[in-house]
Design a protein around this ligand. Structure first.
Ligand SMILES: C[S@@+](CC[C@H](N)C(=O)[O-])C[C@H]1O[C@@H](n2cnc3c(N)ncnc32)[C@H](O)[C@@H]1O
Length: 237
Protein backbone atom coordinates (compact mmCIF):
# COMPACT_ATOMS: atom_id res chain seq x y z
CA UNK A 1 0.00 0.00 0.00
CA UNK A 2 1.39 3.41 -0.96
CA UNK A 3 1.18 6.35 1.38
CA UNK A 4 -0.48 9.69 0.95
CA UNK A 5 0.58 13.30 1.35
CA UNK A 6 -1.61 15.96 2.98
CA UNK A 7 -0.60 19.57 2.34
CA UNK A 8 -1.80 21.10 5.57
CA UNK A 9 -2.20 24.86 6.05
CA UNK A 10 -0.93 25.83 9.48
CA UNK A 11 -2.33 29.38 9.58
CA UNK A 12 -0.14 32.32 10.61
CA UNK A 13 1.22 30.77 13.82
CA UNK A 14 -1.52 30.80 16.45
CA UNK A 15 -2.43 27.11 16.96
CA UNK A 16 -6.06 28.16 17.59
CA UNK A 17 -6.26 29.16 13.94
CA UNK A 18 -5.65 25.59 12.78
CA UNK A 19 -8.71 23.94 11.23
CA UNK A 20 -10.13 20.75 12.74
CA UNK A 21 -9.05 18.93 9.59
CA UNK A 22 -5.48 20.22 9.96
CA UNK A 23 -5.36 18.94 13.55
CA UNK A 24 -6.78 15.58 12.50
CA UNK A 25 -4.14 15.15 9.76
CA UNK A 26 -1.37 16.08 12.21
CA UNK A 27 -2.64 13.60 14.78
CA UNK A 28 -2.50 10.70 12.33
CA UNK A 29 0.69 11.56 10.41
CA UNK A 30 3.75 9.30 10.49
CA UNK A 31 5.98 12.04 9.08
CA UNK A 32 5.59 15.83 9.26
CA UNK A 33 7.72 18.07 7.05
CA UNK A 34 7.36 21.63 8.29
CA UNK A 35 8.59 25.13 7.48
CA UNK A 36 10.01 27.28 10.25
CA UNK A 37 6.91 29.53 10.13
CA UNK A 38 4.75 26.45 10.91
CA UNK A 39 6.50 25.22 14.03
CA UNK A 40 5.87 26.04 17.71
CA UNK A 41 2.58 24.98 19.30
CA UNK A 42 1.25 23.75 15.97
CA UNK A 43 3.60 20.78 16.01
CA UNK A 44 2.31 19.83 19.46
CA UNK A 45 -0.67 18.30 17.62
CA UNK A 46 1.55 15.72 15.95
CA UNK A 47 1.31 12.30 17.56
CA UNK A 48 4.09 11.07 19.82
CA UNK A 49 6.65 9.18 17.79
CA UNK A 50 5.91 10.97 14.51
CA UNK A 51 9.01 11.89 12.54
CA UNK A 52 9.19 15.74 12.54
CA UNK A 53 11.48 17.17 9.86
CA UNK A 54 12.24 20.88 9.45
CA UNK A 55 12.59 21.87 5.81
CA UNK A 56 12.30 25.64 6.36
CA UNK A 57 13.59 28.06 3.81
CA UNK A 58 13.57 31.58 5.17
CA UNK A 59 14.48 34.22 2.62
CA UNK A 60 18.24 34.73 2.20
CA UNK A 61 19.18 32.07 4.75
CA UNK A 62 20.70 28.68 3.90
CA UNK A 63 17.82 26.27 3.50
CA UNK A 64 16.62 22.96 2.18
CA UNK A 65 16.39 23.02 -1.61
CA UNK A 66 12.91 22.77 -3.11
CA UNK A 67 13.78 19.65 -5.16
CA UNK A 68 15.03 17.95 -2.03
CA UNK A 69 11.77 18.70 -0.18
CA UNK A 70 9.67 17.39 -3.07
CA UNK A 71 11.82 14.25 -3.23
CA UNK A 72 11.44 13.64 0.51
CA UNK A 73 7.64 13.74 0.16
CA UNK A 74 7.77 11.00 -2.49
CA UNK A 75 10.40 8.94 -0.65
CA UNK A 76 8.35 8.84 2.56
CA UNK A 77 5.00 8.31 0.81
CA UNK A 78 6.20 5.29 -1.19
CA UNK A 79 7.12 3.53 2.05
CA UNK A 80 3.39 3.68 2.89
CA UNK A 81 3.71 6.58 5.36
CA UNK A 82 1.00 9.15 5.99
CA UNK A 83 2.92 12.33 5.29
CA UNK A 84 1.91 15.84 6.31
CA UNK A 85 3.54 18.73 4.50
CA UNK A 86 2.85 21.66 6.82
CA UNK A 87 2.89 25.10 5.20
CA UNK A 88 2.37 28.47 6.84
CA UNK A 89 -0.80 30.49 6.34
CA UNK A 90 -2.81 28.94 3.52
CA UNK A 91 -0.76 26.29 1.73
CA UNK A 92 -1.89 27.53 -1.69
CA UNK A 93 -0.59 31.09 -1.32
CA UNK A 94 3.05 31.82 -2.18
CA UNK A 95 4.12 28.44 -0.82
CA UNK A 96 5.53 26.73 -3.96
CA UNK A 97 2.80 24.15 -3.61
CA UNK A 98 2.61 23.60 -7.37
CA UNK A 99 6.18 22.29 -7.58
CA UNK A 100 5.61 19.77 -4.81
CA UNK A 101 2.33 18.64 -6.37
CA UNK A 102 4.04 18.17 -9.75
CA UNK A 103 6.60 15.82 -8.20
CA UNK A 104 3.89 13.81 -6.44
CA UNK A 105 1.84 13.53 -9.63
CA UNK A 106 4.87 12.37 -11.60
CA UNK A 107 5.47 9.68 -8.98
CA UNK A 108 1.79 8.69 -8.79
CA UNK A 109 1.49 9.63 -5.11
CA UNK A 110 -2.04 10.71 -4.03
CA UNK A 111 -2.38 13.99 -2.16
CA UNK A 112 -4.94 16.32 -0.62
CA UNK A 113 -4.83 20.01 0.26
CA UNK A 114 -6.19 21.23 3.59
CA UNK A 115 -6.88 24.98 3.27
CA UNK A 116 -6.31 27.43 6.09
CA UNK A 117 -6.05 31.01 7.29
CA UNK A 118 -3.63 33.09 5.26
CA UNK A 119 -1.50 35.66 7.10
CA UNK A 120 -3.18 38.43 5.05
CA UNK A 121 -6.62 37.62 6.48
CA UNK A 122 -5.18 37.08 9.95
CA UNK A 123 -3.43 40.48 9.74
CA UNK A 124 -6.68 42.25 8.84
CA UNK A 125 -8.47 40.45 11.67
CA UNK A 126 -5.71 41.38 14.14
CA UNK A 127 -6.11 45.02 13.09
CA UNK A 128 -9.89 44.78 13.55
CA UNK A 129 -10.57 45.44 9.87
CA UNK A 130 -12.50 43.84 7.02
CA UNK A 131 -10.72 43.48 3.65
CA UNK A 132 -13.67 44.60 1.53
CA UNK A 133 -16.33 47.31 1.68
CA UNK A 134 -19.35 47.84 -0.55
CA UNK A 135 -18.62 50.46 -3.28
CA UNK A 136 -15.14 51.54 -2.13
CA UNK A 137 -13.12 48.35 -1.64
CA UNK A 138 -14.56 45.88 -4.10
CA UNK A 139 -11.36 43.99 -4.79
CA UNK A 140 -8.66 42.24 -2.72
CA UNK A 141 -5.32 41.34 -4.22
CA UNK A 142 -2.44 39.28 -2.84
CA UNK A 143 0.97 40.02 -4.33
CA UNK A 144 4.55 39.02 -3.70
CA UNK A 145 6.96 41.90 -3.09
CA UNK A 146 10.07 39.93 -4.00
CA UNK A 147 11.15 37.41 -6.61
CA UNK A 148 13.77 34.64 -6.46
CA UNK A 149 16.60 37.17 -6.67
CA UNK A 150 15.18 39.12 -3.72
CA UNK A 151 14.25 42.13 -5.88
CA UNK A 152 10.82 43.57 -6.69
CA UNK A 153 9.34 41.35 -9.46
CA UNK A 154 9.74 43.14 -12.81
CA UNK A 155 6.39 42.01 -14.19
CA UNK A 156 3.98 43.28 -11.54
CA UNK A 157 0.79 44.99 -12.72
CA UNK A 158 1.39 48.42 -11.19
CA UNK A 159 -1.88 49.86 -12.50
CA UNK A 160 -3.83 47.20 -10.59
CA UNK A 161 -1.62 47.55 -7.52
CA UNK A 162 -2.15 51.33 -7.46
CA UNK A 163 -5.95 50.94 -7.64
CA UNK A 164 -7.24 53.11 -4.76
CA UNK A 165 -10.39 50.96 -4.53
CA UNK A 166 -8.60 47.69 -3.83
CA UNK A 167 -7.20 46.28 -0.63
CA UNK A 168 -3.73 44.87 -1.28
CA UNK A 169 -1.70 42.44 0.81
CA UNK A 170 2.02 42.38 0.05
CA UNK A 171 3.78 39.17 1.06
CA UNK A 172 7.57 39.07 1.38
CA UNK A 173 7.60 42.79 0.68
CA UNK A 174 9.20 44.28 3.77
CA UNK A 175 12.79 44.53 2.47
CA UNK A 176 11.77 46.13 -0.81
CA UNK A 177 8.90 48.32 0.26
CA UNK A 178 10.85 51.53 -0.43
CA UNK A 179 11.00 50.51 -4.13
CA UNK A 180 7.54 48.98 -4.16
CA UNK A 181 5.87 52.09 -2.71
CA UNK A 182 7.77 54.37 -5.11
CA UNK A 183 6.25 52.40 -8.03
CA UNK A 184 2.78 52.68 -6.49
CA UNK A 185 3.03 56.43 -6.15
CA UNK A 186 4.45 56.79 -9.69
CA UNK A 187 1.32 54.99 -10.85
CA UNK A 188 -0.96 57.40 -9.04
CA UNK A 189 -1.66 55.86 -5.63
CA UNK A 190 -1.91 58.76 -3.15
CA UNK A 191 0.96 58.63 -0.60
CA UNK A 192 -1.66 59.21 2.10
CA UNK A 193 -3.25 55.79 1.40
CA UNK A 194 -3.39 54.00 4.76
CA UNK A 195 -1.00 51.06 5.24
CA UNK A 196 -0.31 48.56 8.01
CA UNK A 197 2.84 46.56 8.63
CA UNK A 198 1.67 43.39 10.39
CA UNK A 199 4.59 41.53 11.92
CA UNK A 200 4.58 38.02 13.38
CA UNK A 201 0.79 37.81 13.21
CA UNK A 202 -0.60 35.15 15.52
CA UNK A 203 2.62 34.87 17.53
CA UNK A 204 3.35 36.28 20.99
CA UNK A 205 5.54 38.94 19.35
CA UNK A 206 2.77 40.17 17.03
CA UNK A 207 3.16 43.87 16.22
CA UNK A 208 1.01 46.15 14.06
CA UNK A 209 2.39 49.42 12.75
CA UNK A 210 -0.21 51.78 11.26
CA UNK A 211 1.14 54.23 8.70
CA UNK A 212 0.67 55.36 5.10
CA UNK A 213 2.09 54.11 1.82
CA UNK A 214 4.19 57.29 1.60
CA UNK A 215 5.68 56.99 5.10
CA UNK A 216 5.92 53.27 5.73
CA UNK A 217 9.14 52.64 3.80
CA UNK A 218 11.02 55.08 6.04
CA UNK A 219 9.45 53.73 9.22
CA UNK A 220 10.36 50.18 8.19
CA UNK A 221 14.05 50.95 8.56
CA UNK A 222 13.47 51.08 12.34
CA UNK A 223 11.86 47.61 12.48
CA UNK A 224 13.68 44.32 13.04
CA UNK A 225 14.66 43.14 9.54
CA UNK A 226 14.24 39.46 10.40
CA UNK A 227 10.62 39.55 11.60
CA UNK A 228 8.04 38.05 9.23
CA UNK A 229 5.60 40.64 7.97
CA UNK A 230 2.75 41.21 5.59
CA UNK A 231 1.85 44.74 4.49
CA UNK A 232 -1.76 45.75 3.87
CA UNK A 233 -2.73 48.98 2.14
CA UNK A 234 -5.94 50.37 0.73
CA UNK A 235 -9.02 52.38 1.67
CA UNK A 236 -9.98 50.26 4.68
CA UNK A 237 -6.58 49.98 6.27
C1 LIG B 1 6.36 31.97 1.66
S1 LIG B 1 5.14 33.16 2.06
C2 LIG B 1 3.89 32.10 2.66
C3 LIG B 1 2.55 32.76 2.80
C4 LIG B 1 1.53 31.87 3.47
N1 LIG B 1 1.22 30.74 2.64
C5 LIG B 1 0.25 32.60 3.86
O1 LIG B 1 -0.82 32.28 3.33
O2 LIG B 1 0.33 33.48 4.74
C6 LIG B 1 5.84 33.87 3.52
C7 LIG B 1 5.33 35.27 3.72
O3 LIG B 1 4.02 35.23 4.27
C8 LIG B 1 3.85 36.28 5.20
N2 LIG B 1 3.62 35.68 6.52
C9 LIG B 1 3.54 34.37 6.82
N3 LIG B 1 3.27 34.19 8.12
C10 LIG B 1 3.17 35.42 8.66
C11 LIG B 1 2.89 35.91 9.97
N4 LIG B 1 2.66 35.09 10.98
N5 LIG B 1 2.85 37.25 10.17
C12 LIG B 1 3.07 38.10 9.15
N6 LIG B 1 3.34 37.70 7.89
C13 LIG B 1 3.39 36.38 7.65
C14 LIG B 1 5.13 37.10 5.13
O4 LIG B 1 4.96 38.09 4.13
C15 LIG B 1 6.13 36.06 4.72
O5 LIG B 1 7.28 36.66 4.13
Amino acid sequence: MGGVVAFVSSGPGDPELLTLKAVSRLQTADVVLYDDLSSGGILAHAREGANLICVGKRARLPSAKQDHVSRLLVDYAITGARVVRLKSGDAGIFGRLEEEIATLRAAGVPYEIVPGVTSACAAAAAAGLPLTRRYTARRVQFVTGSDVSGGVPADLNWVALADPQATTAVFMGKQNFHLFSAHLMEHGLPPTTPAILAQSVGHGSQKLLRSTVGKLAQELSREAPSSTAVILYGPLV
